[in-house]
Design a protein around this ligand. Structure first.
Ligand code: FES
Ligand code: FES
Length: 209
């Protein structure tokens, strides 16, 4: 990887070299606090990672309690799939860009590929496997089937979990709202019109439930 004479590297950062750019953003994050602030928990995770230590975690997944020793650098996605064995949540981009890994954390939508497992201590995770009640599908699962809202199905677990969150947030009042608030969930098969139809079908049943 190398910059050309005008200082443009292959990340599209122009007029400043990568090292200075990254240094500047890190300094800005520390100075501004908020999103970039380094917390005591972050520092502890960093120390544990440096020492090769594991972290003892307790949290609930689909109403069942788990107590695990995890690498402090593990994402929630990898912990769900590889440690717990719940492979319904899919890994698409692993970079927060496709929505395939969407789960609910205390009822709120999160991208599990960008969520450190260490941050879910004491919290409740819901994955696609936790939506049905026994043999009875969640209304959103049934609506996806009724409306043929998938083709290859790879994005579908993330779409369904995200759609449940979208309705519960009150962001499914119109087709435009559904498209906007589901826009973080990409579908390479372009099943979008059917997904919108499925959310419209399920939202009335979810309100009744
Ligand atoms: S796998 Fe998490 S957003 Fe793509
Ligand atoms: S159904 Fe194939 S990516 Fe969405």
């Amino acid at each position: 990887m190398h910059d050309d004479a005008r200082g443009r590297d292959n990340c599209g950062v122009t007029g400043v070299n990568r090292r200075r750019f990254l240094g500047g953003t890190a300094m800005g994050a520390v100075m501004l606090g908020g999103v970039g602030r380094i917390t005591q928990a972050d520092a502890q995770i960093s120390r544990n990672a440096n020492q090769g230590a594991t972290l003892s975690l307790g949290f609930a997944v689909n109403r069942r309690d788990y107590h695990l020793d995890v690498d402090p650098r593990s994402t929630l996605l990898d912990t769900l799939r590889e440690t717990i064995g719940l492979t319904g949540t899919k890994k698409g981009c692993d970079q927060g860009q496709c929505g395939a890994c969407t789960v609910l954390l205390d009822g709120q939508r999160v991208l599990s590929c960008l969520t450190l497992a260490a941050t879910v201590q004491g919290r409740a995770v819901t994955t696609i496997e936790g939506l049905a009640e026994g043999e009875e599908l969640h209304p959103m699962q049934q609506a996806f089937i009724d409306n043929d809202a998938f083709q290859c199905g790879y994005c579908t677990p993330g779409q369904i979990v995200s759609a449940v969150g979208c309705v519960n947030e009150g962001h499914a009042a119109s087709d435009a709202d559904i498209r906007e608030y589901m826009s973080g969930n990409l579908c390479r098969c372009a099943a979008y019109p059917n997904i919108v139809a499925a959310v419209n079908q399920a939202k009335t049943q979810m309100r009744r439930a």
